[in-house]
Design a protein around this ligand. Structure first.
Ligand code: PBG
Length: 331
């Protein structure tokens, strides 16, 4: 009988040894917590498919911000759910728009909290697309007009920076959006505001609950002419490369779970911080299974977030952020 010389179990024997050899450390510094802000007063409405996530009006936002600060999470991502929508998404770049107002308010309550502003038009257009629509009378077709959309996205980003956003996060997937926004921010005097680019954003079914939450389902067609085909990874590198050249400060891959290979590729090819977006349906599935008693929510969430970090994420945007922060403290 021969015995193994190499015994992997030696380094797994006690919790202290496992702590010493652990390769990936998940910390509260990794998280960005998304918040949906809406117009009106007294609104705290739970999003049915996302238990624990709410639509909040500004008067009830302060309590939520206090919870975030107390949790130790240092950054939030603001999504606006406006009342008024039109064909060109006017409320996205309104000086008194919902995201702009919320940003100003948060910066007075918690100046040190990093406010990331999602820069897109889909919540603000009546057709629900991320840009403006060009109708071709001759062919009777309608398409999202790239360059006309860029101008409006630049206006949106500048108005968000003006309101005090610390980071601009464009999620629209138009071509050239990073350079357009960079130029617009610089011209307006916001050359120090970084761009967290949704570089690699797939046309994913995992955004379903978000669209219910943000009322941003496209009213016709889908987003496949601007968001990426889930089957492609070399194209993801082209997207990320373009954003690097155009001046992005951070690169995002979205969704996260079904795309961890893409995340790893982006991490290996580029030296910028990489962001993983643990999207709405990834959250909803965990919540649904946990509510049925089928999984241990705490263990599954921490394992999932650790997996994203191990795959290459420097930063994770997640609706689990406040819970995870609590669990990491051992509560
Ligand atoms: C806006 C946007 C979307 C998400 C973030 N920003 C939806 C979409 O592109 O349809 C999805 C976030 C999530 O599912 O949690 N363009």
């Amino acid at each position: 009988m021969t015995f193994p010389i190499t015994r992997h179990r030696r380094l797994r024997r006690t919790a202290s040894i496992r702590n010493m050899v652990r390769e990936t450390q998940l910390t509260v510094n990794d998280f960005i917590y998304p918040i949906f802000v809406t117009v009106g007063t007294g609104v705290k409405e739970e999003i049915p498919s996302m238990p624990g996530v709410y639509h909040l009006s500004l008067d009830l936002l302060q309590a939520e911000i206090e919870k975030v600060v107390a949790s130790g999470v240092q950054s939030i991502l603001l999504f606006g759910v406006p009342h008024d929508k039109d064909a060109v998404g006017t409320s996205a770049y309104d000086h008194n728009g919902i995201v702009q107002e919320a940003t100003r308010a948060v910066k007075t309550w918690a100046p040190q909290l990093v406010v990331v502003a999602d820069t897109c038009l889909c919540q603000f257009t009546d057709h629900g697309h991320c840009g403006v629509i060009h109708h071709d009378e001759r062919t009777g077709t309608a398409e999202v007009d790239n360059d006309a959309s860029l101008e409006l996205l630049v206006k949106t980003a500048v108005s968000q920076a003006e309101a005090g956003a610390d980071i601009i996060a464009p999620s629209n997937m138009m071509d050239g959006f990073v350079s357009a926004i960079r130029e617009g921010l610089d011209e307006a005097g916001y050359e120090m505001v970084p761009i967290m680019s949704y570089s690699v954003k797939y046309a994913s079914a995992f955004y379903g609950p978000f669209r219910e939450a943000a009322h941003s389902t496209p009213q016709f067609g889908d987003r496949k002419t601007y968001q990426m085909d889930p089957a492609n990874v070399r194209e993801a590198l082209r997207e990320a490369e373009a954003d690097v050249v155009e001046g992005a400060d951070m690169l995002m891959v979205k969704p996260a779970l079904a795309y961890l290979d893409v995340l790893r590729m982006v991490k290996e090819h580029f030296d910028l911080p990489v962001v993983a977006y643990n999207v709405s349906a990834e959250y909803s599935m965990v919540k649904a299974a946990a509510a049925n008693g089928w999984i241990d929510e705490r263990a599954v969430v921490l394992e999932t977030l650790t997996g994203m970090k191990r795959a290459g994420a420097d930063i994770i945007i997640t609706y689990h952020a406040l819970d995870a922060a609590r669990w990491l403290k051992g509560e």
